[in-house]
Design a protein around this ligand. Structure first.
Ligand code: HAM
Length: 427
């Protein structure tokens, strides 16, 4: 026997029984996004490596250590996208979407990062991302937070998530702060963890969210970015806070909230849960007003976030709600001539009952075996077609989830009855 081939480490199959939950999450998100007027954009999974280096930043973990980068047959350096914002901005510039227009966009799909796999952290994972272009004010930052909060409510997970916000100021404000921060941290370098020491020369702001207790103690006494923000950045942040307060959104200002991508300016935020262990950030984002110009477009403000779908699906838990993939009915057919009649009956039912999910028994199996299959399929009803039913123009209908006898219906009455039962079940 030859050896079997397994999936790549950190890249997972999402099996049919899990897909129901995924579909419910994706449908709920799509509905909320439509309610806010966001439009979908689809961009390639592969982009030029340079796009990510120039946007996410050369000295970030993502670009330095985590990208799936390869040379294609023309010798060009390409990378699997580690996130969606860069591709979205590239597409916006390339197709002239951003010229003096406001755009509210969203996307969904797999992202790739060569991180150390653990619960909630994968090498292929899925995001729904949202990006808004052309709107500089805190009103749209607040809209994004309200939109995400509505998604949590739609899925019933609002109680499991808390919101943290911060302002990173402008690039200039951050540069001034960075000098002061580095001078301070250098005085305490012997107390910093190894990772933070390395970051001192490359990306010192990331030291602010170090998890090492001794480093955190040093950071607690460090100069504050807030003290280096100019009046406009402060007004932006206060504007956002006022809007959130007015909308009754609870949040915590976390002055140490920095992000692992370099393009952010001003608002940053994260929705975090304590229920998933170390990888508790379910949704994260912020404003990136400099990015479009940095990638060669006309200066255009931008802001957005991305939801990690694996984490959100996990948070939803098992058995939350009906499986949208389970069939409503299973068609059992036994006896001479019933197989062909069953296929035709099923076609007619699908024509007559919109939304009906009907599974037709195919292959071998007697009556009992077919009913067992019907039960295991998750269907609520079995439609039964035997030789006598076929001869009399009738069908049997059995509720598989209730202790009730099988009913016999005229064939013409079946579609109407199934439609009625579906309506009843929907509520
Ligand atoms: P990010 O913080 O790198 O931001 O990722 C956003 C979310 O994706 C995380 O909060 C997490 O839920 C999920 N995620 C990230 N890495 C992994 C992983 N290895 N395994 C599972 N889930 C993961 C961005 O990607 C930005 N593009 C967000 C954004 C959009 N900012 C503005 N617009």
């Amino acid at each position: 026997m030859s050896a079997t081939i397994q999936a790549v480490r950190g890249m997972h199959d999402i099996l049919p029984e899990e897909c129901g939950r995924w579909q419910r999450v994706e449908a709920a998100i799509a509905e909320v996004l439509a309610a806010y007027g966001y439009r979908e954009i689809r961009t390639p999974v592969v982009e030029r490596t340079e796009l990510f280096a120039r946007s996410i930043g050369e000295v970030t973990d993502i670009v330095e250590k985590e990208m799936y980068t390869f040379r294609d047959r023309n010798g060009e350096s390409l990378s699997l996208r580690p996130e969606g914002t860069a591709g979205c901005v590239r597409a916006g510039i390339e197709h002239g979407l951003l010229r003096n227009q406001a755009h509210r966009l969203w996307y969904r799909g797999p992202m790739f990062r060569h991180e150390r796999p653990q619960k909630g952290r994968y090498r292929q994972f899925h995001q729904v991302g949202v990006e808004v272009f052309g709107l500089p004010g805190p009103d749209v930052d607040a809209e994004l937070i309200l939109l995400s909060a509505r998604i949590w409510r739609a899925l019933g997970v609002e109680g499991a998530l808390r919101l943290e916000i911060n302002s990173l100021g402008t690039a200039e404000e951050r540069a001034a702060y960075r000098r002061g921060l580095v001078a301070y941290l250098e005085r305490h370098v012997d107390r910093l963890d190894a990772d933070s020491r390395r970051r001192l020369a490359t990306n010192p702001l990331r030291i602010l969210d170090s998890k090492d207790p001794e480093t955190r103690a040093v950071v607690a006494e460090a100069p504050r970015l807030w003290d280096h923000l100019g009046p406009e950045s402060r007004a932006h942040f206060e504007g956002l806070r006022a809007l959130l307060d007015e909308a009754g959104v609870r949040y915590e200002v976390n002055p140490y909230l920095v992000r692992g991508l370099d393009y952010y300016a001003r608002t940053v935020f994260e929705w975090i849960t304590d229920r998933l262990g170390a990888q508790g950030t379910v949704c994260a984002g912020g404003r990136y007003d400099g990015l479009v110009a940095q990638l060669g477009g006309q200066p255009t403000p931008g802001v957005g976030f991305a939801i990690g779908l694996e984490r959100l699906v996990e948070l939803l838990g098992e058995g939350a709600g009906p499986d949208p993939q389970a069939p409503h009915a299973y068609l059992v057919s036994v006896g001479e001539g019933t197989r062909a009649a069953a296929l035709l009956l099923a076609e007619a039912l699908r024509d007559a009952v919109p939304g009906l999910r009907l599974l037709v028994h195919c292959g071998e199996g007697g009556f009992k075996a077919q009913l067992r299959r019907a039960d295991r399929s998750g269907a609520r009803w079995a439609v039964i077609l035997g030789e006598s039913e076929l001869a009399e123009g009738r069908v049997g209908l059995k509720d598989l989830r209730a202790d009730a006898p099988q009913r016999s219906l005229a064939r013409e009455a079946l579609a109407g009855e199934l439609a009625r039962l579906l309506r009843e079940e929907a509520g």
